[in-house]
Structures are given as structure tokens and as C-alpha cells.
Design a protein around this ligand. Structure first.
Ligand code: 5GP
Ligand code: ZN
Length: 110
């Protein structure tokens, strides 16, 4: 899609270090991290929001990617959050899952 910053990242127009990559998704660091680990997982296909996601293969790829980054960063026992802003609550209209950690144990929802 034109005028989508995340589609530009998918096309390779903006150089990125990818934390995870498979046939369906890419993951890279958020430009404004709110914790030591703040990784965004996006489908390669332009999907505007979670309510427009119907492909379970994409969800499965995101699950695998998140679990990989959780393990690599030793976040089990330290707390992490997975956040998806949708329904117009998102700033970027290309679906993305935030993985944020460490957030501490028994952290509040927000
Ligand atoms: P949202 O509020 O849509 O869930 O989150 C958008 C996120 O994208 C924000 O955390 C913001 O920092 C991040 N972001 C915005 N533009 C860019 C960019 O060009 N590159 C990267 N890596 N992250 C971005
Ligand atoms: Zn896009």
C-alpha cells in the first residue's frame, strides 16, 4: 500500500535489522522503545487492523516470532506484554503486535 511506513519497511525501502522473519511476518525494534525490549511484529501483507486479520498462518508466525524473542531476551520470570492497538486506537494503520519487556512481575494492564 502507498503511504504506509510499514509497507515501505516490507519492501526494503527503509533499512532495518530484522529480529525475526519468515514467509508471513517481519519483526523489528520500535523506533521509540518504552522498555529494553520493544519489538513490533507485522504481517508482510498490508492488513489495516486486527479486526481485518483472518489468516491464521499470520497469527501462527507472530506467535512463533514472539516466543523466539521472549526466549532470546530471557523474559520468562521478568514479565512481558503483548499489545495490539486496534479499532482506530492504532496510530499506524498496518497491523502490528508490540512485544514489550521486561515489565516486572504482576504488572498492571497499562
Ligand atoms: P500504535 O500506536 O499504532 O500501536 O504504535 C505505533 C508504533 O510504531 C509506535 O510505538 C511508534 O513508536 C512506532 N513507529 C512509528 N513509526 C515507526 C518507524 O518508522 N519505524 C519503527 N521501527 N517504528 C515506528
Ligand atoms: Zn502497510
Amino acid at each position: 500500500m502507498t503511504d504506509c511506513i510499514f509497507c515501505e519497511i516490507v519492501k526494503g525501502d527503509i533499512p532495518k535489522d530484522f529480529r525475526f522473519k519468515d514467509e508471513n511476518v517481519l519483526a523489528f525494534d520500535d523506533i521509540h522503545p518504552v522498555a529494553k525490549v520493544h519489538v513490533l511484529f507485522i504481517p508482510k501483507e498490508h492488513i489495516a487492523a486486527f479486526e481485518n486479520l483472518f489468516d491464521d498462518a499470520i497469527l501462527s508466525s507472530i506467535r512463533k516470532g514472539i516466543q523466539k524473542i521472549v526466549e532470546q531476551n530471557d523474559l520468562v520470570g521478568k514479565g512481558y506484554k503483548i499489545i495490539v492497538n486496534g479499532g482506530g486506537g492504532q496510530v499506524i494503520n498496518h497491523l502490528h503486535f508490540h512485544l514489550i519487556g521486561p515489565t516486572g512481575l504482576h504488572a498492571p494492564v497499562v
